[in-house]
Design a binder for this molecule. Sequence first.
Ligand SMILES: Cc1cc2nc3c(=O)[nH]c(=O)nc-3n(C[C@H](O)[C@H](O)[C@H](O)COP(=O)(O)OP(=O)(O)OC[C@H]3O[C@@H](n4cnc5c(N)ncnc54)[C@H](O)[C@@H]3O)c2cc1C
Length: 458
Amino acid sequence: MTDLVMELQALLGPQGVLTGDDVRSRASTYWNPEPMQAAAILRPRSVAEVSACLRSCHERGMSVVPLGGNTGLVEGTACGPDGVMLSLERMAAIDSVDELGRTMTVEAGAILQTVQERAVSHQLMFPVDLGARGSCTIGGMIATNAGGFGVMRHGMMRERVLGVEVVLADGTVVTALNGYLKNNTGYDLKQLFIGSEGTLGVVTRAVLRLEELQSAETTALVACQSFAQVTGLLKHLDRSLSGSLNAFEVMWGDFFALNTGALSKLESPFAAPYPFYALVECQANQADALRQHFEVALEQALEAGLLDDAVVAQSAAERAALWAIRETSEPEERCFTTTLGFDVSLPIRDMDAYVRQLQARLAEVSGDAVLLVFGHLADGNLHLTVGLHDRVARDRIERVVYDCLQHYRGAVSAEHGIGLEKKAYLPVSREPAELALMRQLKALLDPDNILNPGKILG
Ligand SMILES: Cc1cc2nc3c(=O)[nH]c(=O)nc-3n(C[C@H](O)[C@H](O)[C@H](O)COP(=O)(O)OP(=O)(O)OC[C@H]3O[C@@H](n4cnc5c(N)ncnc54)[C@H](O)[C@@H]3O)c2cc1C
């Protein structure tokens, strides 16, 4: 190890390799303040340096864990004291913006918020958005195929990446920086790396697909008595709003009540509680026309019995207050000793039945388990939090969540990935032949298993 560190220090310079306290002073993950564990953190400044790092590690069979903003939620950056982390933090430049082609070429360490702001300065937008925007990197988002808000309209990273530059485990650089929407010249290699969680290659650069800036948005919080109303409302708004519906975030009553109750600084705008709430938002360019169109669509929904009450945000501050109800996690942190988070996909039509079945099964496992549900309903994606006041073993809760999901042929990860955390449950969502093909791909691209070993497949 000392030889490798010295070799890489000579290559990357004194600031290019961190060891000892410089590693331990960093937090393990965004949520876990325990000291980071790794023999060293490599901080290359160019694709050539990434390639040289991987070549050296490959020759010695050294494990390499790619590191972006470390905001991932499935232990995908867990390293251990005998491996090295390869951070893209010194490769965060925005290379170029093509206004006509609506693309941006960036280094993989570029922070999402920087990319979004740069796009706006060109009257364009990069529409993938998520709560970790100030810390997460484009490389990490590609590696996890991140989603977030607006997926129903703009897609996940897979739909927003046109090309990538990747370094393979042995240091080979694959430059596939396609910049067109259409390119059917053989296999679309970038797709292999999107969502591969750093197990097949290190993403060093990407061409992102932008859109014309939509400068106006209008937001409402809607209350419903039944899940049938919620799904009817989604179809009605999507049909009526001519493609401008951008978000349809649903909150089950218990989640909403906690986030607007005594443990929260936020308040419900409604006088009475409801079993379901939806935060709906559309974006376009003509602010007045958009608002009028939106309000008409909501009135029609009220007349058709698709909602019981609604408030439309009248200012940016009111919009922020509505979104805060969806985004805050403080009340659950105050309320429970332990919280377990899940990110699942299943058919929209089965969601209500799944949640009811899960509630009943959880009650059998732990009398005081509380199930809080919210999610990107239009994407078929629910986020579940199981709040506990005692320490029921995590794997018993996981088994119940995924057993119920298997019945609906759901996915154990919708947008966060597999990492270490969900590895044991991958067979719930994937056939044996799919898993075998994944293993073959891994063996082909990383035969010595040095890239993020143990993640996804083990
Ligand atoms: C507050 C918060 C909100 C979030 N909301 C969402 C959400 O709405 N939707 C969603 O999809 N996700 C969400 N996430 C999780 C999401 O996965 C990450 O925020 C983001 O995609 C990870 O980017 P990162 O740069 O932090 O990657 P990291 O956490 O550093 O890494 C994630 C994985 O990618 C690998 N990796 C990192 N960089 C590279 C690279 N250059 N090449 C190859 N592999 C690499 C790592 O080894 C690891 O396996 C949220 C996280 C937080 C903390």
